[in-house]
Design a protein around this ligand. Sequence first.
Ligand SMILES: O=C(O)CCC(=O)C(=O)O
Ligand SMILES: [Fe+2]
Length: 280
Amino acid sequence: MAEIVHLPPSATASDIVSVMAEHGAVIVDDFVTAQWLKEFNDSVRTSIDAYTPYDYGEPEAMEFLGYNTVRLNGLVSKASNYLDLMLDERLLGVMDQLLAPSCGQYLLNSSEIIEIHGGETAQELHVDDMIWPGHFWMPGRMLQCNTMVAGTEFTESNGATQVVPGSHLWDDPERTPRPDEIARAVMTAGSIVFVGGKTIHGGGSNTSGEARRAIVTSFVLGWLRTQENHFLHTTVEQAKSWPARARQLLGYDLYSHYDDGLMAGPLGYYEYGSPEVLFD
Ligand SMILES: O=C(O)CCC(=O)C(=O)O
Ligand SMILES: [Fe+2]
């Protein structure tokens, strides 16, 4: 059976990146503190309680996003301590190595809760980069990197993510993994799994009935459209209270990058300049 490499909480960004290069995924045990997790879980309780199932439209979308899965975006507005996770030095240190070489400044792509409930079937295996056509034009370039902190324990029976280590290096984009190539992201609450944008994975089925909560933080190249529309989940007033780095990650600044290897931008104008003028 395939397995995902686990690293200890002391793992550095470089340790994480070197396992990612080989396997396309890695778990870091006890990545967040029990205190941080409790505060996070307490602060999202109201949003989870208020959740009413979405109608995603087409049956394929329903199937992919789940019939028995609670999904919420916009965690910056839903949990007061989410910014600590989004700004975590180890997370950003990994993205500095995986994404920054292709864009200079990457962005937060999405911040989500994915809570799989009893009866949910396994999600179709996929790669997250497929939502941008650039994935097919530049198959060797990671566009997005996903991370999921276990908000509850992840077990084989409550829906621990299915991950196919090494699949990011496969030549044949049509290849279907064999059952013995599929690992499960079994981990304790507070651990994190990194899944690169080209690594085959999918949510697991929940047969135990015990909810499985993932706290997703994914980042994307700065010149691509983010999956989540951050500006509709947050306000300029809120953004005034954040550190400049948080504003940059959420798109409240001008993206531009010019050097010999990479020319991109300007993107994200506010009155032909940087939105940072709103925060001076
Ligand atoms: O919930 C999970 O474990 C993975 C979900 C996922 O991969 C997705 O929705 O793109
Ligand atoms: Fe995914």
